[in-house]
Design a protein around this ligand. Sequence first.
Ligand SMILES: *[C@@H]1O[C@H](CO)[C@@H](O)[C@H](O)[C@H]1NC(C)=O
Length: 294
Amino acid sequence: MESWSQVTIVVLLGLTVRWAVSLHPYSGAGKPPMFGDYEAQRHWQEITLNLPVKQWYFNSSDNNLQYWGLDYPPLTAYHSLLCAYVAEFINPDWVALHTSRGHESQAHKLFMRATVLVADLLIYVPAVLLYCSSLKEISPKRKIASALCILLYPGLILIDYGHFQYNSVSLGFALWGVLGVSCDWDLLGSLAFCLALNYKQMELYHSLPFFCFLLGKCFKKGLKGKGVELFVKLACTVVASFLLCWLPFFTEREHALQVLRRLFPVDRGLFEVWLKVDPYCSIPAPPLYFSELM
Ligand SMILES: *[C@@H]1O[C@H](CO)[C@@H](O)[C@H](O)[C@H]1NC(C)=O
């Protein structure tokens, strides 16, 4: 993109709208006993900070899974732990085991909203800017316009900053993945997409285009030699990134299985699994992201 002042204005506009939306109450504010996703995320901070890893996904008297039990993949849990360290540093009451349940205050809301903004700024916003500047055969003006449209996409802003979630993290990683594979950095692209999958199982939605695109790349390089080499490298990258994300859960077979059961609650019926993968019955991403892959 040509003009840095225009890029700055677009980013500032995106941030202003995000922060303005976040001034509103989150879903479930002041509604005991369950509150909403805000409390779910706060509770995950409480659990990951106070309990050893091997108890995170298991039901116990310290971790009643019926109360917002952790049911997202490991990267979400690590992110919760990271936020929990910051929360504990600011005010230990926010993440104290049991006693912090349903904690609500203006300062805590500010902290929680800030964690969403920071993650968005670090992961999603730079990916969007790079993605738009890498678009081929369009004028600088249209690149700026595309960045503005993507950064002001209401679905994502309302869910992350109004309702309260961290979709910009998983979506951001997926977009880094798109950037990677479209610049022929296939291994880095796959790594980024594996991070997205390991943050939120909803990214399974985007796995088919990724898989087909990369498989196509392998075929184009030939069914022998280079094509097979790329396929093996991609497979190793995917396996290695999953192993890395799941490492603490591989100590026992039962442990990894329990995490899987939490992510895909087949025993609660297919509808529950569907809700885990697609909680809003829609992909909160403009299909524009994938135009590069087509
Ligand atoms: C989980 O543990 C809590 C407290 O020990 C218990 O009340 C609850 O019934 C358990 N839930 C399941 C699904 O086993």
